[in-house]
Design a protein around this ligand. Sequence first.
Ligand code: GAF
Length: 387
Amino acid sequence: MSADAAADLFRSTFDARPDGVWSAPGRVNLIGEHTDYNSGLCLPIALPQRTFAAVRRRDDDLVRVVSAQGDGVVEVTLEDVGAGHPAGWAAYVAGVPWALRRAGHTVGGLDVAVDGRVPLGAGLSSSAALECAVAAGASDLHDLGLLDTASDRAALAAVCVEAENTVAQAPTGGMDQSAALLAEAGRALLLDCRDHGTTQVPFDLSAHDLALLVMDTRAEHALVDGQYAERRESCEQAARELGVTSLREVAVDDLDGQLAALSTDLLRHRARHIVTEIERVRQTVQALRHNDFRTVGDLFVESHASMRDDFEISVAELDTAVEAALAAGALGARMTGGGFGGSAIALVPANRTEAATEAVEAAFAARGFSAPDCFVVTASASAHRDR
Ligand code: GAF
């Protein structure tokens, strides 16, 4: 068990026992991609795969971190944490106490040993899982109470977003941290990123003889390489040109007529993805409430086409995974997360998961891609203390 591995790593590195071990999950987003920073809607679930952080409170301002997946100990004092520092994965740890202080909380340093079991670079939010596991530990050890209620957890998610945007310098939108801190087992989390409202939507596919298959393409994705930021800037420019505060304000009726006011075709495509995707989230939630999984599958397919053709964030590996899963009997499939690599998901009859996996593997082999990693997931629990 990874809580043990994190605690063992802590003892062997720092020659002491941790005060406790906390964990937070990765996520897949069912639908609603790149909508979070457009004040839109999205619908993630928490994954069974988690990141574990063994943590000890310090009374000075030092942060020391070691990871089973990293290379040696990184040390930094909170005074030295800031934009781009420390670099690399340690930013997602040291950024958390730094951002807690910026939000007005009294926190000191931490010793942290991490065992991350959310696949890295797979678009499954290993970074948010790391931030939120550390944040859960910092909140408990400094008596902040930020795991107590949903609104406390939302405030803690905002702290983690600040750490990611400023210290790690990834201009992400907040869905992943909300999923890690607010999602519930057996439910999908409907996030309204305009008023920060959350609704738990029942999501138990096994009761309907269905399964959710994650297809990690192993085409590595990154949120700090400029493409994500470029999409975000295009959306902000489109909103400015339309005279609205965000693309959430654009109605889906007569969309092409409204988008004619934009200065370029590129902006029209980007904005069309966002406005139609927000509408697809609404329709998916309705369909889930009626156990209408055929419609959910159709919406997945439409969403993927929109990301491939309008938002242009898919890659050949993601398209291949989606097409192979559909040909093998999936009700629907789509890429999930930021794009440019990472993972796709497929809604599959429970007795077809092996056939779908084999079909995806065969399609990848035929195209000369590295072997994908396919696995079934269920909606799991948010961040908590393990011991
Ligand atoms: C990444 C980001 F971190 C999220 O904020 C979100 O924008 C997502 O890409 C796309 O929906 O996971």
